[in-house]
Every structure is written in C-alpha cells, then in structure tokens.
Design a protein around this ligand. Structure first.
Ligand code: DC
Length: 685
C-alpha cells in the first residue's frame, strides 16, 4: 500500500484477468443488522471490511451478538449469532463513526426494542455524523410512541433512546416517513418494524417523492432473505405482514459492489482485446441498481457476458460509441461513462446527473476540470456533462486532483490507456491523494495493476546503486513501499547464488583463488536455475529458510566472489528484468542503472563514508541477531568495495546520468524524501 501523496500510473496498453470485488457497503451493513436481530447463527460471506462495517460490528457486539471469524475455502466468513429480537443488554453507548448505514437502522431498531422491552441507549458518531440529518426518522419513531432525546442539535445525532419494559407502539395508523431527503429513513423503518409486526400488519407510508429507489429494492430483497415478505404498493405504501419474524437464512453472501464493478467493466471495454476481464462478486443476479451500468457500457460497445455472481467483459466496438444517456438510474456509476467517453468517437452526453453536484464533491465541476487536463473537450450544465475525446496528439500528462472523492480517483485512472486510442505520445496519469479510494475499495489500484499491462519499457524504474552498506537496501525498500512499487534487492540474488554455489563445493577454499572454467559454468547454471523465494523478510533458498546465512558477512563475501563472474551476471539478468512490473520498480545493487535497467527513469548513486557504513552495517547485523565487530566490518567493506570497483565485469561505477547522493549525514527519512522529491520533479507530471 502506497503512502505517497500521489500515484503515478504509466501509460497502459491492455488488460485481462480476474478481479474479485470487495463487498457492497450497503448490503454489508443491512445484512449485519438483520443477522444481529435474527435468532440463530448467520454465516456472512464476503463482508466488506471498511470503517463503516467495523462500527456496525462493534455495536452488534455491545448488544450481545456473538461474532466469530473463520475461513472457508480460503475466504473469510463471519458467523453472526443474533439476539432473536430480545434485548440482552438494556443499556449501552454506541459510537457509529460516520456510518449512516449504521446510525439510521440502529436508531430505528433500538427505539422499537426499548419501547417494548425497556432500556436506554445512546448513539453518537464523529462530528461530521452530528451534521447529518436524522430528524425525519426520529419524527416517524416518535409518532409510534418512542421516547427519543436529542443530545445535541434537534434533528441530528447524538440521540438517546429510552423506554420502560412493557411499553407499546402505536401501529393502528400507518407510520409516515419522508422519502425525499434520504431513502435511508425508509430503509431503517423497513429493517426495524418487523420487530413489532408479531400481532398486526405494520404499514409504512412515504411522504414526498421517494428518491434512490434502487436502494429500497436492496432493503426489500435482503428482508426477503431473512424471511420478511414486505408488500409494496407502488413506492408510497409498504406493508409488513402480521406474524413477520426474522429467520436467518443460515448463510448469506454479500455481493460485490456494483458501483466498483463499473471501473472493471470499463477496463474490459477499453483494454481487453484478446482475453476478457472477468469480474467476480457481482453479476446478472445482482440486487444493486448500479448493475444497470452494464447496459450503458454495452451501448458504448462493451461485449459483456454475465452469470450469477460474475461478469466477463471484452472490447467490442472500437473506438467506443458515443452515447446520449439519461443517467438518473445510475448516478454513481455514470461517472465511469464520462471517462469511457475519452475513448469514444464523437461527443458523449450524460444528463439528469444533478445529484453529482451534492456528492463527496461537486462531481460535474470536478470531472469537467480533470478531463480537460488530459486533453478532452468538456461542456457542463447544471445537471449534464458532455465529453469529446482528445485528438491523438492532444493527450496530456496530467496530475489529477481527486477532491477526497474515491470515485474521481478510480475513474481517472482509466485515462492511462490513451496509447490504445492512438495517443502520440502516450502519456501516464498522476493520481493525487490515491488513498481516498479506501472509502469503498482500499485495494483498487493493486487490483487495476494486477489486470493491466504495458510494455516493460513503459514501466518506470528507480535504480539505486552504490557500495556495500551505503544504506541503499533500506532506502530502496522504503521508497518502494511508499510508492507501492515492486522492489528488487539484487544483492540478495548474488548472495543466494554464492551460498548455493558454496553448498555444492563449487568455490575454491582459498577465497583469493578464482574458480576454473568448468566451475564458473556450473555456478552460472546454479544461478540460472536458482530456486529462491522471498516471503517478507525471509529468504527461502532451495526450500529452506537461509535468511541468516544469506544476509551474513559470509554471504556477502560469497556474493562478491560469484558476482565477479561474467556468466553468473548474465544468468541473473533475465531474472532481474522480471521484477519490472506495474506500477513500477525500485531496484538496488551495483549495476542497476548501468547494465540491468539502463533506461531507468531515475538513477541514484548512493554513497556514505566508510566509517558511517561500517556503523550502519554493525547496527543492522546486531538487530538481526548476528554478532559483528565494527573494525573488521570496516576493513571488509573497504576490501569488498575495492574488489567490486576493480573487477573486469560490471565494475561498480555510477551511471553517467545518476544523481550522486552522499547520505553520511542524512537520516533515512530524509533520504527517502529526497529520492521521492527527485522522482516527483523528474517524472514531471
Ligand atoms: O549489496 P549487497 O551487499 O547485498 O551485495 C552483495 C555482493 O553482491 C556485493 O559484493 C556486490 C555484489 N552485487 C553485484 O555485483 N551486483 C549487484 N547488482 C548487487 C550485488
């Protein structure tokens, strides 16, 4: 996971493979509440792991539900044992973060339960939650006879719900709730009122035009799974039949998020030329409204096959076809169409998207500004946007502002396929604040890079070369980690070859002696077929954990010997090139910038004086539980430098265009920042 303020996506040229979507947030929290109110245990599969689901789980635990995590066929399952409609705890303070999908339904369910069974609950959240309205729901519940205290500003959380055992609800007249502010108020009542429908029908009437109907469909479908068959008359009147009681389905799968699916449907339509992009977790049987994005993508040219829980998408028409579409039914996923429009012939117009203006950001303004940055011609109106793609020579490398809006980040990443639209030159895309995707899809970019491909030459490399113990390993590892890039420690490869060659008795006992020609060829063969794996910090050489030996001074000395052999270097060449994978590589060693990745976009030659290096090496060894003497370390280092510098093959020297960086007086954080800054200005987005 990257932690830099930006993520650079190189120009991409294709995509194929399978992505499993994270669970839908709306479904996750509804399922959790229903399972928590039911009797018995519900095995919840594929639950979304996010801030909003975490607060719901915590609340359920406080209410006396039992939660047990386990895995089944390698996938996480959560067993939720519910309270069966009977309060186990009659007093608690529940903190619900910024999760509207927890606050609204829990307010309704607990208000009903305390009115009938007695108790007192306080519900609160983060400051932003205390600015999100709940008054219409509270009014509806008060109309039923529930006692609800405003603990802050009336109409907003925090709230206290109280009641004495043996109370009753007024259910003779229909429960009235407004539907034109948030459909979550109706959802909350629908989820909670089966608790009160034992002896009579419960009727809910919606006042005002109901918005976000697809979300009510999700609520009704999930209630059905838990044994509650709500009768719906239009979108105005809902009846929970007398005798309704939650019945756990035993096991339930949370669908993947259909809005998140849109990015991969678009990816398939744009870039899956030979093999499809397969999306698992959401499919033809989806209960989510945004699944209808698929029809819009098909209209633009996507070829889609669908089954239960899966979609497969390939490129159909190319370029894509421009469309003119009313997007009222798919407001969130429609943003993805605006980016697909970059690859269409003509102008795509998306209308009836006024709600974009009041989402995480003003999405019409944001989309207009950012699509213009990559070269598109964009017009906007109060509730529409029109996008015309750039001419092939007009694509621009852009730094995309994301407005703390996960969807802006995910959408604009798809602008990186411009080479496929004939862009000359093809350009990469910089996504600012990439971690904003955490709201719904924490691993979005990892998923994208697992499917997308490009020519190796298009994958950026940062080469960090330098003498032993200059700190390049630590520096390169941290830079890679912060950028979310791959990391190659080439020294470890030479060390592993040294150890394996020594195991086989291929190195002369006298270290000053070079192996004969036959031995050199044998060592090269060992290098070519080397069975080495990296598991975090562990080095598994030929099936055994040899981390300590490989990292020891002895391992370094063996490496120094085998690395002076031309055929060994040649044998490791391909293996090192294979580390060059999306979104980028940080490689450290001696010849990364000169021989292995001569086209590296940034080359750093890292040095430090011998005393500093000996001291660092000493600390490093001690921390790994390897004892060492600082003076002999210094002598060894100097001798090894001498050998590495003077050997005939690939002698240690800075690449011509390398930045020389003496980090004797710089601590590691500063060094990392320095490299990131060089990268940031060098790649010049
Ligand atoms: O960086 P290190 O100490 O792990 O390297 C061990 C030895 O391997 C060192 O003597 C130089 C050699 N080496 C090399 O020749 N080329 C590389 N790319 C990396 C290491």
């Amino acid at each position: 996971m990257y932690s830099t303020p930006f993520l650079d996506i190189p120009a991409l040229t294709g995509a194929a493979g399978t992505v499993r979507l994270p669970g839908s947030k709306s479904i996750s929290n509804r399922v959790l509440l229903l399972a928590g109110l039911s009797a018995g245990t519900t095995a919840v599969h594929d639950l979304l792991d996010s801030d909003d689901t975490r607060v719901m789980l915590k609340a359920l635990e406080q209410l006396g539900c039992t939660l047990t995590r386990r895995t089944e066929h390698g996938r996480d399952v959560l067993d939720v044992t519910g309270i069966g409609g009977q309060l186990r705890t009659h007093e608690a303070a529940l903190f619900l973060g910024n999760a509207g999908t927890a606050m609204r339904p829990l307010t309704a369910a607990l208000a009903v339960l305390v009115t009938l069974q007695g108790g007192s609950f306080e519900l609160s959240g983060v400051p932003r939650m205390h600015e999100r309205p709940i008054g219409d729901l509270v009014d509806a519940l008060r109309g039923l006879g529930c006692a609800i205290d405003d603990l802050g500003q009336p109409g907003y959380p925090p709230l206290r719900l109280r009641g004495a055992a043996g109370g009753a609800l007024r259910l003779q007249a229909p429960v009235r709730v407004r539907g034109d502010v948030s459909s979550q108020f109706l959802t909350a009542l629908l989820l909670a009122l089966p608790l009160a429908a034992g002896t009579q029908d419960v009727v809910i009437e919606v006042q005002g035009e109901l918005i976000s109907k697809p979300y009510i469909d999700i609520t009704l479908a999930l209630l059905q799974r838990f044994g509650i068959a709500v009768q719906r008359n239009g979108w105005q009147r809902f009846t929970i039949p007398k005798g309704s009681a939650y019945a756990s389905p035993g096991a339930i799968h949370v669908e993947g998020d259909a809005s998140s699916a849109s990015y991969f449907v678009a990816l398939g339509a744009i870039a899956a030329v030979d093999q499809p992009v397969r999306i698992e977790g959401v499919g033809a049987d989806s209960i989510q409204g945004d699944i209808r994005f698929v029809e819009a993508a098909q209209a633009m040219g996507a070829q889609v096959q669908a089954g239960p829980g899966w979609l497969e998408v390939r490129r159909g028409a190319w370029p894509l076809k421009a469309i003119d579409l009313n997007c009222n039914h798919i407001p969130d996923a429609a943003m993805t169409l605006a980016v697909m429009a970059l690859y269409a012939q003509g102008t795509t117009r998306l209308t009836d998207i006024g709600s974009w203006r009041v989402k995480e950001t003003d999405r019409i303004a944001a989309m207009t500004a950012e699509l213009r940055k990559v070269g598109a011609t964009v017009d906007e109106g109060p509730d529409w946007i029109a996008v015309t793609p750039p001419q092939p020579n007009a694509w621009r490398q852009a730094s995309i502002h994301t407005y703390d809006d996960h969807r802006m980040a995910m959408c604009l990443s798809l602008a990186a396929f411009n080479a496929m639209a004939g862009a000359v030159p093809a350009v990469g895309v910089r996504i600012e604040d990439p971690r904003c995707v955490g709201k719904t899809f924490p691993d979005y970019f990892e998923a994208l890079f697992a499917l997308a491909h490009t020519e190796p030459a298009g994958i950026p490399v940062i080469a960090i070369d330098g003498p032993s113990s200059s700190g390049k390993g630590t520096l390169a590892g941290l830079v890679a980690q912060q950028m979310g890039w791959h990391y190659l420690d080439s020294g470890v490869l030479y060390r592993a070859v040294g150890v394996a060659a020594n195991d086989r008795g291929l190195l002369p006992a006298d270290a000053a002696q070079t192996p004969d020609e036959a031995a050199v060829q044998a060592i090269a063969a060992v290098a070519a077929a080397l069975d080495v794996r990296f598991e975090g910090e562990r080095i598994i050489l030929e099936g055994r954990d040899r981390s300590l030996e490989v990292r020891s001074e002895g391992g370094g000395a063996l490496a120094s010997r085998v690395s002076a052999l031309g055929p060994v270097r040649a044998a490791l060449h391909e293996r090192q090139l294979a580390f060059r994978q999306l979104p980028g590589l940080v490689a450290d060693g001696r010849d990364m910038g000169t021989v292995v990745f001569p086209d590296a976009a940034l080359k750093v030659f890292l040095t430090a004086d011998a005393a500093t290096r000996a001291e660092r090496r000493h600390k490093q060894l001690i921390s790994k539980g390897i004892s060492a003497n600082i003076d002999s370390l210094r002598l060894d280092l100097e001798a090894r430098d001498e050998r590495d510098r003077n050997r005939s093959v690939a002698p240690l020297k800075p690449a011509e265009e390398a930045v020389l960086f003496d980090n004797s007086g710089t601590n590691i954080e500063e060094s990392v920042q320095q490299v990131l800054q060089w990268w940031s200005t060098r790649s010049g987005a």
